[in-house]
Design a protein. Sequence first.
Lengths: 253, 388
Amino acid sequence: MNVMDTRATSAMLYLDGVHVSFDGFHAINNLSLTLEPGEMRAIIGPNGAGKTTMMDIITGKTKPDEGTVLFDGVTDLTRLDETRIAELGIGRKFQKPTVFESQTVQDNLLLALNVDHSVRGTLFWSGSKAESERIDKVLETIRLTEARNRLAGSLSHGQKQWLEIGMLLAQDPKLLLVDEPVAGMTDVETHLTAELLKEINKTHTVMVVEHDMTFVRELGVKVTCLHEGAVLAEGTIDQVSSNERVIEVYLGR
Amino acid sequence: MTPHMLTRSLDRGATIFLLVVAALGVLIPLSNLLLPAGSFLHVPTYLVALWGKYVCYAILALAIDLIWGYCGILSLGHGAFFALGGYAMGMYLMRQIGTRGVYGNPILPDFMVFLNWQKLPWYWYGFDMFWFAALMVLFVPGLLAFCFGWLAFRSRVTGVYLSIITQAMTYALLLAFFRNDFGFGGNNGLTDFKDILGFNVQAEGTRAALFALSCLALIVGFLICRAIVSSKLGKVLIAVRDAESRTRFLGYRVESYKLFVFTVSACMAGVAGALYVPQVGIINPSEFAPGNSIEAVIWVAVGGRGTLVGAALGAVVVNYAKTFFTSGVLAPYWLFMLGALFILVTLLLPKGIVGTFNAWWASAKEKRTAASVSAAAEDGVTEPKMAE
């Protein structure tokens, strides 16, 4: 049953009692989490807390052993594959910037546009004005207009991160999953990225996984701290960072 | 193919390539047929057949480049599709022999009479008609590639694992076709052809026409490949090659794309095999040998993968070298030389001949542009002249 008759929840993303284990290792352990439409949520947690595995579950890369994952209140994501989930409107930015290095910045965005993705559609594709206008707009948002004809592989690390965020924008998903967007960025780039994500959040629901506390603070949104595959604490950044168990987990016991 | 797709797909290198192939396709047959045997420009018939063989290999190389160079699918079993196309054509040619066979049986090919078979197996039906055989040349390799690809790509078999199972596929076919009771002439294969469409396959005119047709097929195959790789689908293929899971997370059904190019490529290989058989006069199970498929991959690597022109060029260059070296005192060392060639190309020319040339050309052009701009600036000339 992929689509339920009525919305089970008002949430954009609803995880309940999710379990995943790899060869006996419990990567995700009774994880429950809700994201409301239009919300931006920051996910923090030490290494191995299950942040990336959680994204893998939401995007269909990993199937949970148990539990419910509902998107937009009606769609059970555990039964769908990556392509189908992407089509439904969930976009993902990887931890390591993953762009198509041997193609131009412009072509990267063209590939990301949420238009006909069928074999026939792309074989007989011929660009439209609406498409190039959307690409222009995204290029402007991610500040890469000047670099549009450069190969993506020749961009700096920070620019690649932005290009990947731009690809998410071109994809125009309902929910954006952003994995460590500021890893390896300079302070200025980090600040610009926070601005960019806040801008994106005006029209999209966003989930950001990040280690950089300055960045998370700058986002100024609700924070969830994961530990050993479950939610350890949730609240504002000040609440979470003053939580004793969070401090214990981060500093070691 | 719309005219729009055609114009978009042709750059300068592609145009030069097409003109050269077209010129060879016209001039070689004409020189063979019209010029007297003593003339300096006369191309002897044996060379026409030999070059016809190279052109067929070039088509096979194009097919491999389409999937390997653009989509990252390294098939080490493409010789199987080539051989299947060849067998389909061979079956037609066998049926054309009729009563001129050693046993004079009007229906059964000689090897079936020899095996005491009473009637034609069902899968030989229809091959007396050229249109049917021509259809099978595309259909049989295409169907095998479709089924094989559907299973492999859906299960996400990629990289070296895919290469290994393609190799296993061609090896399995090799063993099957070796069997006499498989119904394709066993070890000896299909040979002693007489006519094709009523023309004697040995005749000079037929050979010249087959050569011209092979060139035409190369041109058509090249145009199809160019149209595919220069469309948006081509960009998706490169995306799959470079970052497969990223492409999936963007909402592309990667397995459909792979299946599409793999099947197109297998059909092209089938056509190459079908043109090859009447020119060499035989098709036997050794065409399925895994080594053949690997050799074809080497042609593409030498010429430059992901360039199309390079693949075709690589096929001709390596095969010319093979002909040259295997007919002299160096004959026993050919395989060592082929291996050395592959290693040297991998180490010294990882982009292949055409890939390296393209890179050199692009950087030279950049330098020229930069030089002319700075020269213009020094001279105080207002408008910098753009190099081409």
